[in-house]
Design a protein around this ligand. Structure first.
Ligand SMILES: NC(=O)c1ccc[n+]([C@@H]2O[C@H](COP(=O)([O-])OP(=O)(O)OC[C@H]3O[C@@H](n4cnc5c(N)ncnc54)[C@H](OP(=O)(O)O)[C@@H]3O)[C@@H](O)[C@H]2O)c1
Length: 349
């Protein structure tokens, strides 16, 4: 039976949300204010309503990704933010509170993980509207915080590995991969997913996270602050068929000698130089290539990732959790760039 009429009781008219009124500020401006983010404030705003093919979610958790504060800094102008004031964050988990017209697969009370529309944001709030085609059910084995970690970070790790040629159905060929910034939100998922695909994994991270990254299956780990780490050379001399590159500041001349004959560097933080290098590689049919990657969000990938969490085949490593009332600390932590895993904001009751 269609669930279009179901709705939880007691949806309030207004909700707490965190928004910013203008772009700018950035990391330096935020840091100088001792966790008081001047551009960001709690506001009481109307609870949005679900339109066609949308769900209204009562949020339990959200995860912050670097793109969220990059948008606030104005780094993605003129595309984002589309409007001001803007409630940031897209990666959420919660419970369906109401369904819009055309929804058949969900009903009020369903626990879900969703990626909100990047143009609308909305994740730092008590309620948000999600599109049905980027919402998946969350089994009881997966907590809201674990689920909220997935959409951007694990989705990007998965797509980067697939671009290298990783297969997750047991049909893949053996490959050597390097994951840089393996202790970050994307990197920790990438290491685990690469092992799940049967790949040999070399990883880079800071000294304090070497044991953690090994415990997730990495075969070799380099401390990125050492001279050996800076060369990216595998201690066992392996050449990489692929690199999931999750940090900045590494030139092609560092990658080139450590790649196998047809090795690819999947750059998830490409700058203009990288984009031009990638274009050059394409037009010259280069065998070793730099490939910029931007996440292409899709429901099938999110379902696959939630399933891995449910089966205990993937873990969301949580760096820290903050209540919505302390979201500025979470924001600051993400800007600092030293999280080990995901930074989670919990909405509470
Ligand atoms: N293209 C896309 O669609 C896409 C999607 C997701 C993310 N991204 C981008 O990918 C980047 C990574 O995202 P994230 O969520 O993983 O970030 P993150 O969680 O903030 O990454 C932080 C981690 O990176 C480590 N790190 C920093 N510099 C490093 C280096 N040079 N070598 C090794 N480790 C280093 C830090 O270790 P220490 O604390 O030890 O320094 C820390 O553990 C961000 O720029 C993000 O915007 C792009």
């Amino acid at each position: 039976m269609a669930a279009a009429s179901t709705k939880t009781a007691n949806i309030p008219a207004t909700m707490r949300a965190v928004q910013y009124d203008s772009c700018g500020g950035g990391a330096a401006g935020l840091k100088s204010t001792e966790f008081q983010i001047p551009l960001m404030q709690h506001v009481e705003v109307p609870v949005p309503s679900a339109k066609k093919n949308e769900l209204l979610l009562k949020l339990e958790a959200a995860s912050i990704n670097p793109v969220d504060w990059k948008v606030q800094k104005g780094m993605l102008r003129p595309f984002l933010p589309r409007k001001l004031p803007f409630i940031p964050v897209t990666d959420v988990a919660g419970v369906v509170a109401d369904v819009g017209p055309g929804i058949n697969g969900f009903q009020a009370g369903d626990q879900v993980v969703a990626m909100l529309n990047s143009f609308n944001g909305g994740g730092l709030a008590e309620y948000a509207v999600a599109s049905e085609n980027l919402t998946v059910k969350r089994p009881p084995e997966v907590s809201a915080a674990e689920g909220a970690g997935l959409p951007i970070a694990a989705g990007t790790a998965l797509q980067a590995l697939r671009t290298i040629g990783a297969k997750f159905d047991g049909t893949g060929k053996p490959m050597n991969v390097l994951v840089t910034a393996a202790s970050g939100g994307v990197g920790l998922y990438a290491v685990q997913l690469a092992k799940r695909a049967g790949l040999h994994v070399t990883a880079t991270c800071g000294a304090r996270n070497v044991e953690l990254v090994k415990s997730l299956g990495a075969d070799e780990v380099l401390d990125y602050r050492t001279p050996e780490g800076a060369t990216l050379q595998s201690p066992s001399g392996k050449k990489y068929d692929g690199v999931v590159h999750c940090t900045v500041g590494t030139s092609w001349s560092t990658f080139e000698p450590v790649l196998a004959a047809t090795g690819k560097v999947i750059d998830i933080t490409p700058n203009l130089t990288a984009i031009l290098k990638s274009a050059l590689h394409s037009v010259t049919f280069a065998r070793k290539r730099l490939v910029p990657l931007l996440l292409s969000p899709n429901k099938a990938d999110l379902e696959f990732l939630v399933g891995l969490l449910k089966d205990g085949k993937l873990e969301t490593l949580i760096d820290s959790r903050f209540p919505l009332s302390e979201v500025s600390k979470a924001w600051e932590k993400s800007i600092e760039g030293h999280a080990t895993g995901k930074i989670i904001v919990e909405m509470g009751d």
